[in-house]
Design a protein around this ligand. Structure first.
Ligand code: AHG
Ligand code: MN
Ligand code: MN
Length: 330
């Protein structure tokens, strides 16, 4: 079969039709978000709302608009039982779980909010979990969502950059689709994304240097020491401050993305959210041949105790993550 667009890709027999329906609904929502993003200041989407989300962050109009678009469109997918979002305090049940089970959708509707005002790439991140085996015939609870990232049946992101692209995994590699704005169709533009094992690039907010843990400082110092240092080569640093854009670069050409635990808030595992950011990105990175690490173990194996749990995030090229693991073990 020659798979040329998202609809053809989702019709493969290996993808359960009800999962395909949820993914198609997410993709449709992201076409709508993309259209709103493109309007920018010519529309009504710029600026803050004045409200705060459950994370205590000021909500931008586009955060809430994107959330509402995904809620409305995805609720129509028959196989979807409930949704959860970075922007909502608790879960959004859709329908009781049928005898054949259902799906749970989690999303960061608009990632990189600080970049909206400056016209720099932003994105949407999504993760799909199965409903637990004992949930048939009842409504979903928040506890049903508390599953390790390893349970995800699909994950992806959409980057709203110079082009709008969707990067998707259903657990069988990673492919990329580019939105053709002339027909609003997702054209398959990379059927097998693969992260190079080694790299000369890293991404971390170096304004936090003084707060890092020793293994992270060591890793970055050795990169900065360049050809004269222990790595014996010069590195480049990139930080867009939209996780979607930074991880997209890492998946495309290698490198490592880090938002690790730091001393600013020692009791918080990290800034990024496990369920909406770390887990979906970790699955994509692993499926593209890379690895992820939370300072203790694989991100995908981390125990989940609450919906809005934070995580320490290190992900990217395999050899670099192995090095970071060694430095944390030393
Ligand atoms: P969000 O806009 O969904 O809150 O996420 C922003 C995140 C992530 O996208 C990015 O990597 C990080 O925040 C940037 O943080 P700094 O501003 O601390 O660099
Ligand atoms: Mn985010
Ligand atoms: Mn967000």
């Amino acid at each position: 079969m020659s798979t040329t667009n998202l609809a053809a890709y989702l019709s493969q027999s290996s993808i359960p039709p009800r999962l395909a329906e949820v993914l198609a609904a997410v993709a449709k929502g992201c076409v709508e978000i993309s259209a709103q993003v493109r309007r920018g200041a010519a529309g009504q989407i710029m600026g803050a709302l004045g409200s705060e989300n459950v994370q205590g962050e000021v909500q931008q109009k586009l955060d809430v608009l994107s959330n509402d678009i995904l809620l409305a469109l995805c609720a129509k997918a028959e196989g979807l039982s409930a949704m959860a979002s970075e922007e909502m305090e608790t879960i959004h049940p859709v329908r009781e779980v049928g005898p054949e089970g259902g799906y749970l959708l989690l999303f960061d509707p608009l990632d990189g909010s600080s970049n909206i005002a400056v016209n720099v790439s932003i994105g949407t991140i999504f993760s799909i979990l199965p409903t637990p085996a004992d949930s048939s015939g009842r409504a979903v609870t928040e506890a049903d969502f508390l599953q390790p990232g390893r349970h995800q049946v699909a994950a992806g992101y959409v980057v709203y950059g110079p082009q709008t692209q969707m990067v998707l995994t259903v657990g069988d590699g990673v492919c990329a689709f580019t939105l053709d704005p002339e027909c609003d169709d997702w054209v398959l533009t990379n059927p097998a994304m693969a992260i190079p094992a080694e790299t000369k690039e890293f991404a971390i907010n170096t304004a936090n240097t003084r707060h890092w843990a020793a293994p992270v400082s060591r890793y970055v110092e050795e990169c900065l020491a360049g050809v004269e240092g222990p790595r014996g080569k010069d590195f480049n640093m990139r930080w867009v401050a939209s996780m979607v854009a930074d991880v997209h670069r890492v998946i495309t050409r290698g490198g490592v993305f880090m938002y690790p635990w730091d001393k600013r808030e020692p009791n918080r595992p990290g800034k990024l959210r496990l369920m909406y950011e770390a887990n979906p990105m970790a699955l994509l990175v692993e499926q593209a041949g890379g690895a992820s690490f939370d300072g203790v173990g694989d991100t995908l194996d981390a125990e989940v105790t609450s919906l809005h749990q934070r995580a320490s995030v290190m992900m990217g090229s395999k050899a670099e993550i192995a090095r970071l693991r060694d430095y944390h073990a030393a």
